[in-house]
Design a protein around this ligand. Sequence first.
Ligand SMILES: [Zn+2]
Ligand SMILES: [Zn+2]
Length: 129
Amino acid sequence: MKCPHCSGSLSEIDNEGVSLDFCRACKGIWFDSGEVGQYFELSRDLPELGEENREERPSGLSCPRCSDSELTQMRYSPPYALIVDQCSGCGGMWFDKGEVQTLHELSALLEDPRSRFAGVAEKLKSRGY
Ligand SMILES: [Zn+2]
Ligand SMILES: [Zn+2]
């Protein structure tokens, strides 16, 4: 796959059981739909940051997965200073260098152990337990 940001090629890296597509040139990371939640152990891909804090605009980047879809840039206002580009087609998300760290910090603040547990319970239920 091609990096949406610098058109370098993405290399697949396996990190904590989730395979991510990483660009060595610009250090951005592509997560397929569902992988952000898996990776950060969140109940959903993006914690509920509040729609009123979110501004959406076209990013001008094309989705590495669907190629004919454009990513939408979602910019969250402080205190959640996070910028994510998401594909409305496949639901994948692109994080520029540094944004993964930001999400990591946010997820620690936003998701409490109960919602993590809820996520796990949900998964078990979907497997028929
Ligand atoms: Zn790149
Ligand atoms: Zn896509």
